[in-house]
Design a protein. Structure first.
Length: 214
């Protein structure tokens, strides 16, 4: 029988430079897309990494970042919380290694965890999340002040999107990067460029609305 991993954990707060990424509605959902949420996605990422070999929490975070690039930084506290949960569900097993001032807790994938990972890969992928980005609340708050106020918010948002796009270009995947990392970087570029195209369309709609009102 296929084994699932129910439940989800609130996504960890972001820090600079990924704080810039959190301002893009689509890129921010890199840790939130789909009905299961970021905690659930990270659970399966940990199972996938452990399928390649055992590791402790810090090793898994390092391997995760190396494979997915700089746009998604899991929090070490969240990783250990998820590992404890996976251990309780017998999807991973732990061994303690003593040495130095502090021991290490190494985790490995169990047969039950392997079945859970295969079952998850066979599921239908999730849909994009609902669009609930801050910019729409800004539009709502600015609209009563007129089209110029809304347009000013469009301008400010474009400035942030272009800052983010520059960051993505700076973080270009290395030639020796994994395919997953290269695909993630390509997605970041595509999403940032799509958001800029959407802002251009917003300007057109505001301009057309102004012509109709005059």
């Amino acid at each position: 029988m296929a084994v699932g991993v129910p439940g989800a954990v609130k996504a960890a707060p972001r820090s600079t430079p990924q704080a810039v990424a959190s301002r893009l509605p689509i890129l921010a959902c890199a840790s939130q897309c789909g009905p299961e949420g970021g905690g659930m996605s990270l659970r399966y990422a940990l199972l996938a990494l452990l399928a390649e070999g055992e590791g402790h929490g810090y090793q898994l975070v390092k391997r995760f970042t190396a494979r997915l690039g700089p746009l998604w930084h899991p929090n070490i506290g969240q990783v250990y919380q998820l590992l404890r949960d996976l251990e309780q569900r017998r999807l991973v097993a732990r061994r303690d290694e003593l040495g130095g001032r502090r021991g290490r807790r190494f985790f490995r994938l169990t047969a039950r965890g392997e079945r859970a990972l295969r079952a998850w890969l066979g599921r239908r992928p999730g849909w994009p999340p609902p669009i609930r980005d801050e910019i729409f609340v800004r539009f709502l708050a600015a609209e009563r002040h007129g089209a110029d106020a809304v347009r000013a918010q469009v301008d400010r948002q474009e400035e942030e999107y272009r800052r983010y796009l520059a960051l993505v270009h700076e973080q270009a995947a290395r030639d020796d990067a994994s395919m997953t990392s290269r695909l993630a970087h390509e997605a970041a570029l595509a999403h940032a460029e799509a958001n800029l195209r959407w802002l251009a369309r917003c300007r057109e709609m505001l301009r057309d609305a102004g012509r109709l009102a005059s």
